[in-house]
Design a protein around this ligand. Structure first.
Ligand code: HEC
Length: 137
């Protein structure tokens, strides 16, 4: 890895560790950084979706995408994919967004986005929760 890239990665990882607790909001608003403490228990589909999106073992969406809540928390995000904004406007047809999440290669054969459904990275239920979160962005 390039030295600068390694440094940026190290700094941003440290940043995540140090900054996260300070930015966890007392109440959860739509599209905001989920409070990791509530991730296991929340019944709010938007929060659950946000938890999945920012879980490195699940969606890990911030590896490639930026989104509002990350910027608010002062965290670094990848820019391999476009920023996730105005999802309802970009994808008025929720089914199309779901199909995209299921297998982005169907829309772009060279897509570097993981085919979350086709490769069983996420379950049907998890993809539905992600959609709720995406529509809140
Ligand atoms: C390895 C990189 C990578 C990861 C991880 C990734 N994506 Fe993507 N995503 C992309 C790329 C690249 C595109 C641009 C379109 C394409 O090439 O398919 C994209 C496009 C998108 C789009 C369409 C955006 C638009 O405005 O057209 C959405 C929505 C999206 N990603 C959501 C997600 C979500 C949600 C996650 C996490 C569950 C995620 N992505 C994880 C790389 C990634």
């Amino acid at each position: 890895m390039h030295k600068t890239a390694a440094a940026v990665l190290a700094i941003s990882t440290l940043g995540i560790l140090l900054v996260t607790p300070a930015f966890i909001p007392a109440t959860q608003a739509a599209g905001e950084m989920p409070d990791k403490k509530t991730c296991g228990t929340t019944k709010n589909p938007v929060v659950s979706g946000g938890c999945l999106a920012t879980d490195k073992a699940k969606g890990n969406c911030m590896a490639c995408h930026n989104f509002d809540s990350l910027a608010q928390a002062g965290l670094e995000a990848g820019d391999i994919g476009p920023p996730l904004v105005a999802m309802k406007v970009r994808f008025p047809d929720k089914k199309k967004l779901r199909d995209f999440m299921w297998d982005a290669a169907k829309f772009n054969p060279n897509s570097s986005m993981p085919p979350y459904g086709r490769h069983d990275i996420l379950t049907e239920k998890e993809i539905d929760l992600l959609l709720e979160w995406l529509y809140s962005l």
